[in-house]
Design a protein around this ligand. Structure first.
Ligand code: MN
Length: 289
């Protein structure tokens, strides 16, 4: 059975962290999350002048995962467990915050000095109760290591960050079944993509125009998919350019979601504990250098 679009949500422009601009389709008014996807932030695209670039200085997370996917520009990150690295276009960082990390996510020194374009995504994915206090884990995958596939007619291309598409499987390990795919569809492309029936799923168009399940979906629109085991995606032959979208989803956890800023737990007591642990320095500190 093909999935239909049961709701269309317009991304809203917001200012996050130290002041960077995002387009945010989730959460939205009346839609706190699409279990297990908690938040979708499209960072930019923004063109910084020298000295203008902004990031998210030291802050904590507990109880979920943050997935950063760069499309343009560079981010440098550093955390309380001693991890540090640089994300370049096409790279993915899948961070399991688990019991807690303190980290910073900043444009690279080069972008800070010279300016330039920054564009990417940060998605928050919930963890089940049994894994909220797991050890923090990082999976950093360079652009060249993200599996890609192209349709037989060459009109559809997909980068498979999580899940499976066009016969290709992701290499990133996820704690629960997750779908995370970046599709690039040329005018005239048509794709019939299988989706496990037990997964919630959504589409977020961030460039061009899409027809999904027979309905138009425009730049900056998220389509929440109904039930079924596949979805049809196409781009009209008359479209002026390549359409880009994320296909996201996962098996719902079906647990209570209590969020307080950067902490996402199951109970009020666990949130209070997270705040206390953070205030007392039990999520660590970032070593400079
Ligand atoms: Mn963060």
């Amino acid at each position: 059975m093909h999935r239909t679009i049961k709701q269309v949500i317009q991304a809203r422009r917001q200012t996050e962290g130290g002041g960077f601009q995002v387009r945010r389709p989730l959460p939205a008014p009346g839609v706190r999350y699409i279990d297990p996807i908690l938040m979708i932030d499209e960072m930019g695209p923004v063109d910084y002048l020298p000295g203008e670039a902004i990031g998210a200085p030291d802050h904590p997370h507990r109880g979920f995962e943050t997935v950063t996917y760069m499309l343009a520009g560079e981010f440098e990150h550093r955390d309380s467990a001693g991890h540090a690295g640089r994300l370049q276009p096409g790279d993915v960082q899948w961070m399991t915050a688990g019991r807690g990390v303190m980290h910073s996510e900043m444009p690279s020194a080069r972008i800070m000095e010279e300016g330039g374009r920054v564009h990417g995504f940060q998605i928050w994915i919930n963890l089940p109760s049994r894994l909220k206090m797991t050890e923090p884990r990082y999976q950093e995958v360079a652009a060249s290591q993200i599996p890609e596939a192209v349709s037989k007619d060459g009109l559809a291309r997909v980068r498979v960050i999580a899940g499976e598409a066009l016969g290709v499987s992701a290499r990133i390990d996820t704690h629960t079944p997750i779908i995370y795919q970046h599709w690039m569809l040329q005018p005239g492309a048509t794709v019939d993509q299988p989706l496990a029936a037990d997964c919630n799923a959504l589409l977020y168009v961030f460039s061009g125009e899409l027809v999904a399940a027979g309905k138009p979906l425009l730049d900056g629109e998220m389509g929440v998919l109904g039930q079924g085991d596949r979805v049809n995606l196409s781009v009209p032959e008359t479209a002026p350019a390549t359409t880009q979208l994320l296909l996201l989803g996962g098996v719902p956890l079906g647990e209570p979601v209590l969020q307080h800023g950067p902490f996402v737990m199951n109970t009020r007591q666990e949130i209070d504990q997270a705040i206390q642990d953070y205030q007392q320095g039990r999520m660590g500190a970032i070593r400079q250098g």
